[in-house]
Design a binder for this molecule. Structure first.
Ligand code: 5GP
Length: 189
């Protein structure tokens, strides 16, 4: 394994299917480990502290920002902070793995800016904003207001796609997963 671990960044509007693709990649024998982000949003049902996220209070989060503990952080939704802890990246690399990220579009571009050729930045695009809305509704994890915020944000985020190293359009999940595996394999070798 390369002494210097790499970063595999998956960004997308919420609901584009990136989480499923990232999970699929983690099941392959690619030497990847999920970078667990910190967030101030409350846990959803079944989410586990330290596995899905490090759930933090806003005060603690701001303390970590002030202490320079984040490689990147964003107020992804009003009052909802998300960030990548430097300690998490270092832990993954020390274990001889590459870090894989499920992260918002701006955060993804920030990481790419910092790590350049050490990072592969992939944008997962939904076939359309309408398709995205349908997916988010059927997931049923958000109330109407949150849903609207996410859809408006998605529309805006789609405009960042061409700043990524590559775009995967998630028309059909199985083929998007296959495409992701071959992309990542090529990057790591
Ligand atoms: P959710 O609340 O649905 O888990 O995540 C909301 C958004 O925040 C998603 O786009 C997710 O990828 C993004 N996100 C998760 N972790 C991070 C992070 O560490 N930094 C940034 N900038 N965004 C993140």
């Amino acid at each position: 394994m390369d002494q210097r671990g790499k970063l595999i960044i998956f960004s997308a509007p919420s609901g584009a299917g990136k989480t499923t693709i990232v999970r699929h990649l983690l099941e392959q024998d690619l030497g990847l480990e999920f970078s667990v982000s910190a967030t101030t949003r409350p846990p959803r049902e079944h989410e586990v502290h330290g596995k899905d996220y490090f759930f933090m209070s806003v005060d603690d989060f701001k303390g970590s920002v002030a202490a320079g503990e984040f490689v990147e952080w964003e107020e992804v939704y009003p009052g909802r902070f998300y960030g990548t802890l430097r300690s998490e990246l270092e832990r993954i690399w020390a274990g001889g793995h590459h870090a894989i990220f499920d992260i918002d579009v701006i955060g993804g571009l920030d990481l790419k800016e910092v790590y350049q050729t050490r990072a592969l930045a992939v944008f997962v695009s939904p076939p359309s904003v309408e398709a995205l809305e349908q997916r988010l509704r059927s997931r049923g994890t958000e109330d109407e207001d949150t849903l609207r915020t996410r859809i408006d944000k998605a529309r805006h985020e789609m405009s960042y796609a061409d700043r990524f190293d590559t775009v995967i359009t998630n028309d059909e999940l199985a083929s998007a997963c296959r495409e992701a595996v071959s992309l990542v394999r090529r990057f790591l070798h």
